[in-house]
Design a protein around this ligand. Structure first.
Ligand code: 2HA
Ligand code: ZN
Length: 270
């Protein structure tokens, strides 16, 4: 058995949590990450038959039965992940149709998975149906996106079009746009189901007055999605109160679509 602290999937998780903290996206215990792992990879580092304890999930996710996830812990601070990964992270296998998470490593000191585990697992299920290579779900509280939800129309087409106009990269990075949920009670199966529904058509889902969810094939892609949307929101907030003299037009966005072969969300460009 190899040392899990040296596993590329663990090293990358630790680095990502530290980076997200450094970006100011994860104050206190804000934010959570989950990564779907292959059994073959996991078996190099843990005995998959040695279950430390079973943790009830409170929901069902039949399509994820038997799947392995590395996930951040409830109440844990991203700031601290790198100093004590085993305390702040856990590796679980879902069983019983998703009703149980079997702990194989981590959550030392009696911890459990993030309070947003339902939203994470339901989002994984939705993204895997849309893209079998999807592996990562990430949630955080980036200040500019959050601020934007206070002053911008929450209509997802309008919200997306504003972001697309804020920097050329935006439509290139998220041509399917950004979906938006109104404020809802977090940490519940209801917000999990609503997030997963939105994840069917986009890899980014804004939670108004709370934060954002991103999903992708790896941690870099997912981080980059949120980073780019957050940059768009930053430019918006820097300019929203000023007389706008120039913008990126729909014609120019169409040029990008054609030039790069983007799959832009149907009907979201004029
Ligand atoms: O885990 O971000 O949404 C803390 C949160 C809850
Ligand atoms: Zn949150």
């Amino acid at each position: 058995m190899q040392n899990i602290l040296e596993a590329p999937f663990l090293v990358e998780m630790v680095r990502t949590a530290a980076n997200m903290y450094a970006h100011g996206w994860d104050e206190r215990n804000g934010g959570n990450i989950s990564v779907l792992l292959d059994e073959a990879k996991v078996s190099e580092y843990v005995d998959v038959n040695a279950v430390i304890r079973d943790i009830p999930t409170g929901f069902e996710a039949p399509s994820l039965d038997g799947k392995y996830f590395l996930v951040t812990g409830a109440g844990k601070y991203f700031k601290n992940v790198r100093y004590d990964p085993a305390h702040n992270l856990g590796l679980v296998r879902l069983s019983g149709g998703g009703r149980t998470a079997r702990l194989l490593w981590g959550f030392t000191g009696g911890g459990r998975f993030t309070s947003e585990f339902a939203a994470h697992m339901m989002s994984h299920a939705a993204r895997l149906s849309a893209d079998p290579a999807s592996r990562v779900v990430m949630h955080c509280h980036p200040a500019n996106l959050l601020a934007m939800t206070y002053v911008h129309d929450l209509d997802e087409r309008a919200f997306t079009r504003t972001l697309w106009r804020m920097c050329t990269e935006c439509i290139m990075v998220f041509p399917e746009g950004v979906n938006v949920l109104p404020w809802m009670l977090c940490g519940t199966n209801e917000i999990g189901e609503a997030t997963a529904e939105k994840m069917k058509t986009a890899r980014l889902v804004v939670w108004a007055q709370h934060g954002i969810y991103g999903a992708g094939r790896d941690l870099d892609e997912t981080f980059g999605l949120i980073e780019t949307a957050e940059k768009g929101a930053e430019i918006y907030l820097k300019t929203a109160h000023l007389p706008v003299k120039n913008t990126i037009t729909d014609h120019q966005l169409r040029q990008l679509e054609v030039h790069l072969g983007l799959k832009v969300r149907e009907g979201w460009l004029d």
